[in-house]
Design a protein around this ligand. Structure first.
Ligand code: INI
Length: 160
């Protein structure tokens, strides 16, 4: 029997990533993106948008993340797509609709394209909770980048 696992080292120079980021609540999503970039960089990935291994796509909000994730994943150019967003509960049911569609849409992109799509959409009750997860008490952007590296590496092991 064989055990397959992604890893975070070795030659990652031909790996390509796309990061799709919701601009809504960019106080939070900017911080998620910074940690994501920091993690990729420390694993040897060139994060420069001009010359590097990472492309960045900004969309208005988390609701639009999945349609763009589908577009970039379908291009066949990327080993993984990282989706970043911050959905913060307000006084109306709007939160539930945006959160549900973002989660469903992003999951569907992975299934439909076979490209790992990382669900980096924070869903919190308050801005404080979101900021705690995007810098104040650690930053989940770092974890999302690690998840992308692991899945990208794992998927390569199944390519013939
Ligand atoms: N988009 C978010 O990313 N986070 C939110 O908290 C949010 N709220 O609460 O409204 C939000 N709404 C915008 C939505 O993603 C779309 O951009 C908009 O509805 C246009 O389609």
């Amino acid at each position: 029997m064989t055990v397959y696992e992604g890893n975070f080292s070795g030659d990652l120079s031909d790996f390509r990533f796309a990061i799709v980021i919701g601009r809504f609540n960019d106080l939070v999503t900017d911080k998620l993106l910074s940690a994501c970039q920091d993690c990729l960089k420390r694993h040897g990935i060139d994060i420069d948008p001009q010359s590097g291994q990472v492309d960045y796509v900004w969309v208005p909000g988390s609701f639009e993340v999945s349609i763009m994730a589908k577009k970039v994943a379908s291009s066949g150019l990327y080993d993984a797509v990282i989706c970043l967003g911050a959905i913060i509960r307000g006084d109306t049911p709007h939160f539930d609709f945006v959160a549900a569609e973002a989660a469903k849409g992003i999951a569907a992109v992975g299934f439909q394209t076979g490209v790992p799509v990382i669900f980096g959409i924070l869903t919190t009750d308050t801005m404080q909770q979101a900021l705690e997860r995007a810098g104040i008490k650690g930053n989940l952007g770092w974890n999302y980048a690690l998840n992308a590296l692991e899945m990208a590496s794992l998927m390569r092991q199944f390519k013939t």
